[in-house]
Design a binder for this molecule. Sequence first.
Ligand code: PAF
Length: 284
Amino acid sequence: MYLFKSEKQLTPFIQKEKTAGKKIGFVPTMGALHRGHISLIEKAKAECAIVVCSIFVNPTQFNNTKDLEKYPRPIEHDMEMLLKADCTVLYLPSTDEIYPEGQPELKNYDLGYYDKVLEAAFRPGHFQGVANVVYRLLKKVNPAVLFLGQKDYQQIQIIRKMMELENLPTKIEVCEIVREASGLAMSSRNVRLSEEAWNHAAMISQTLFFLKEYRNQFSSIKALREEGIKRLKTIPDSIVEYVEVCDGETLRPTEIIIEGKPAVALVAIWVDGVRLIDNLILND
Ligand code: PAF
């Protein structure tokens, strides 16, 4: 695996491989890699001759400095995982490389409704940070395909919108959520859960799968959501931020689930001081 810490090293490599007709796949991450990330690398490997993974803990997407400070950075372990997964390149830029001269001139993207609801409502500025960093990374890596995990459902819509606004030709591939045996969606934040909280957090996916299985037995989407909230509130030391059922494309709240038109249930919840998100398509 090549380790490139600067664009100066990365660019000639990418150019050479492109000239040789190789397809470049890109998996952007903030590190603290787990099997969910590795599933993205594997999917990229199956489709692309060259797989670039970036690790960059992006300061502009943290609306809470404590969260940024506490973000895990086990770089040695990450590198071992990427080596094992046979990733071609690890791109490990410094903050200066991504945001030269100390402070980022952030673009203010018009991300429309996607930047008003759900995560955006609870994490102001978060998605502008995501859109800006992914744009900067895409300009450096210049991949044919960008691999993103369904776990960050709203982030996918945001990145799609930014790419449309920037007219970027890269294709997006969405990869399924990887879950622990308990159903808990894999996340870099899970390492911050105590063993007890980790066990309790299994209730999040259990709730989502319950909503999916019994959705037709509720009189309305409102009743379905209320059932979700009721179940999640049984988790000790938890604060439910939202349970929403939305149109899978527009993310507007849906009043009725129509077969053939994806409806997604999305959850954000604090468990034992750790903020977790999860989602599930209810009608696939
Ligand atoms: O999903 C993430 O890990 C981050 O939001 C991303 C896409 C790498 C941008 O920093």
